[in-house]
Write a protein that binds this ligand. Structure first.
Ligand code: TRP
Ligand code: ZN
Length: 497
């Protein structure tokens, strides 16, 4: 490293003498955003993270979180300074062992200036010591850290990490995780992946979790509280770990009757999407009061509210489908959200058919018929909805309708080959809607630009008969509400939160 640092100066001097342009290192600050037009300051430029090691301690009574994050990364440019996205109070930063200067800037930037500039390709070990009360911190006027009577939960989209660990907060920079959390004895800490070990000391119990496949920052989760933990295995031998708050009251039975079917549902989804991509699976139901669920990698977050009307396997199907569509293959930019939500919704439609509560075609016909041409529903473009509409119901319903239109256009053989091939083709990576279109064209051998444009990119109800789903022109019986409809809509509706 020293050689690299000395060399640029020598080169600059030499090039001055020879009057040729300097090829010296050009040290610049990393960008404060990764370049996502929906969220200009999310993520950062100048480095790429490979691993987060979080060693934390949390006191539920006071909401005090303290710890050390060790972030392993590599510089992707000659770097004079770089940002991490974070909101808690930092007491020390070290870069490759040396103390670094730091300050805060903007809404959620921790700006770090290392003692010496860093040439492109340098391995980084960034140590951040911090503490704070997450519930007191906000950015853009909001806070997604959820306190509960006996703990707290970090699970939100697209912003969740800022309240508990410093990160390059964008799905483009996926990394592996070790999350170690000490909580008062009698309390549990749940996170992604596999519980490696626990230990107890001086009234504190430490839980050590490992998520060993690339994981987007918004899919990292942490739940602290009093939980009952159950274990099992899928038929392929993947360990299942579920956790239920001991404080679910009347929803406890329905929550268990749904989430305990995780293994069975993973087996069923494997038939459509191929082998489950991670080394652990499960869900947790904390005693939160918000109404949504989230596809947090390997360990899905469910709100107790989802089980208020009895069992809800539809939401379990939706969140587990995301493990392939969203988690294994992550979006490149937040505009690509259709790849997550269109397919997770379509999985619910397949489950409806499996349960004898309405076929995918009936559900597609129902969506098409229940929104007249002047309904604002059709003004949302699922292929590029804008940040304000990122989780509009149209991303889900029109999104799944687009999937059915694709199926009708390419035929079942090609369609199911695409559904299963995609997670394999892009395993543990990132992809865009355009990448999906090319992949579908490659597998089906059909040009699909017009179909994608009609269903995902036009702010209007598709009318061209060739682009409509096959049976839409049939009798009104085809548009009767399928039995599963209300369940599917209620399953994970972020708008009922
Ligand atoms: N991706 C989640 C789902 O489909 C929904 C969601 C969108 C969400 N925004 C959120 C969940 C914010 C929690 C917080 O199930
Ligand atoms: Zn979803």
């Amino acid at each position: 490293m020293h050689r690299r640092l000395i060399a640029p100066g020598a080169l600059a001097a030499a090039s001055l003498l020879l009057a040729i342009p300097a090829s010296a290192a050009d040290y610049r600050p990393g960008a404060p955003g990764i370049g996502d037009p929906y969220y200009p300051y999310y993520g950062n430029g100048g480095y790429d993270v490979s691993h987060y090691d979080l060693r934390l301690k949390y006191q539920p009574k006071t909401d005090e979180l303290e710890g050390t994050a060790t972030v392993l990364a590599t510089t992707t440019q000659d770097l004079s300074r770089f940002d991490l996205d974070f909101l808690l109070d930092v007491s020390e930063v070290r870069v490759n062992g040396a103390k670094a200067a730091y300050t805060t800037s903007g809404q959620h930037e921790l700006q770090i200036t290392p003692a010496t500039p860093l040439p492109k390709g340098t391995p980084l070990t960034v140590v951040v010591r911090y503490s704070g009360v997450p519930s007191t911190k906000s950015a853009y006027g909001f806070n997604t850290w959820h306190r509960t009577p006996d703990g707290a939960v970090a699970a939100d989209e697209p912003e969740a990490a800022w309240w508990w660990f410093p990160s390059n907060d964008h799905p483009l920079d996926k990394a592996t995780y070790d999350v170690s959390v000490a909580v008062p004895d009698g309390t549990q800490a749940i996170s992604n992946g596999t519980l490696q070990s626990t230990s107890s000391k001086l009234g504190w119990t430490r839980y050590n979790w490992r998520s060993d496949k690339p994981q987007a920052t918004y899919l990292a989760t942490l739940a602290i509280g009093k939980f009952d933990i159950t274990t099992g295995k899928t038929s392929d031998g993947v360990p299942v770990v579920n956790a239920y708050s001991k404080d679910l009251g009347a929803n406890d039975g329905a929550a268990r009757a749904s989430v305990e079917r995780t293994g069975e549902i993973v087996d069923w989804l494997t038939g459509y999407f191929g082998p489950y991509p991670f080394s652990s699976v499960g869900g947790y139901v904390p005693n939160t009061t918000t109404g949504y669920a989230l596809e947090t990698q390997t360990r899905v977050y469910y709100s107790p509210k989802q089980f208020a009307s009895g069992s809800n396997t539809s939401v379990v199907v939706h969140e587990l489908a995301h493990q392939w569509y969203g988690d294994d293959v992550s979006l490149k930019g937040w505009k690509d959200i259709w790849i997550n939500e269109g397919f997770a919704r379509y999985a619910q439609w397949l489950w409806s058919e499996h349960e004898g509560e309405g076929t995918t075609q009936q559900l597609a016909d129902y969506v098409y018929a229940s929104h007249p041409a002047d309904d604002a529903f059709w003004t949302v473009k699922p292929g590029d909805p804008g940040s304000d509409n990122q989780f509009d119901i149209a991303i889900y319903d029109r999104g799944a309708l687009a999937v059915q239109a694709l199926r009708n256009a390419v035929g079942d053989d090609a369609f199911f080959a695409i559904l299963k091939g995609w997670p394999k083709d892009h395993a543990y990576g990132n992809a865009s809607v355009a990448d999906f279109q090319s992949y579908a064209e490659k597998v089906s051998g059909k040009p699909l630009a017009a179909l994608f444009d009609t269903w995902l990119f036009q702010p209007s109800k598709p009318t061209a008969p060739s682009a409509r789903t096959a049976s839409i022109a049939r009798t009104s019986a085809a548009t009767a509400q399928p039995k599963s409809w209300k369940k599917i809509e209620a399953a994970n509706d972020v708008h009922t939160g």
